[in-house]
Design a protein around this ligand. Structure first.
Ligand SMILES: Nc1nc2c(c(=O)[nH]1)N[C@H]1C(S)=C(S)[C@@H](COP(=O)(O)O)O[C@H]1N2
Ligand SMILES: [Mo]
Length: 206
């Protein structure tokens, strides 16, 4: 068998400074957690409209209606994986089931082991943002975030938290794992917002 050439990039575009590598790299900090369906839950907490936290069991979460989003993944280390077909629960549906208080401006996405990433509420609410359970027609693999992974396709990929366990509504901004370690609070790849030293006043917490 002859190797297939890389598919040409027709409908998608590459943000400045990015390249398309061979294959599909897997990258994350720390170990791959094991999934225990009986005890797994997704929490929505912080400044909810009701003041109460929400907990969704795996059984409840997997039954929610799913949407499909085809999107590229842009790692700040400069590789981009183009044309991923993600399927899962839209952020819009989650916000309907567990509404934020009106003064909420930011969201912290929490993964297993305390990994976290903050996004502005407007970025979380964008149409492409998903709590994904499937990638390219298969359940997401353990190393890519099984059972549920946040996908915020219009921001650098460290905001797309694998092994998602909680969504925290925040009134005040707070930095997540990489944002505390020198990465840009907003992380728009089209503006190459890679590092925190590039932040303009008002783009990050004081
Ligand atoms: N929980 C968790 N999610 C994470 C990370 C991580 O270290 N932990 N790394 C992020 C980074 S920096 C990137 S580039 C993408 C990589 O996704 P991939 O392994 O599916 O290519 O996952 C993101 N999500
Ligand atoms: Mo990354």
């Amino acid at each position: 068998m002859v190797d297939q050439p890389e598919a040409p990039l027709e409908e998608t575009r590459l943000p400045p400074g990015q390249y398309v590598p061979r294959g599909r790299p897997v990258i994350h900090y720390g170990r791959v957690p094991s999934f225990r369906p009986a005890t797994w839950e997704l929490q929505v907490m912080g400044a909810t409209a009701s003041g109460e936290p929400y907990r969704l069991s795996w059984q409840a979460f997997r039954e929610l209606p799913r949407t499909t989003v085809v999107a590229d993944l842009h790692c700040v280390t400069k590789f981009s994986v183009m044309g991923n077909e993600w399927r899962g629960v839209s952020s819009a549906l989650l916000m309907e089931l567990a509404p934020p208080a009106p003064e909420v401006r930011h969201v912290m996405l929490w993964g297993e082991y305390g990994y976290s990433a903050n996004v502005r509420i407007g970025d979380f609410a964008r149409g492409g943002t998903l709590l994904a359970m499937e990638l390219d027609g298969q359940p997401i693999s353990p190393e890519r975030g099984h059972p549920v992974r946040a996908v915020v396709p219009h921001l650098y990929a460290w905001k797309s938290v694998k092994w998602l366990r909680a969504v925290e509504y925040m009134v005040e901004d707070r930095r997540g794992f990489w944002e505390e370690r020198g990465y840009h609070n907003i992380a728009d790849p089209w503006r190459e917002q890679r590092y925190s030293y590039q932040e303009e006043p008002g783009e990050g917490p004081p």
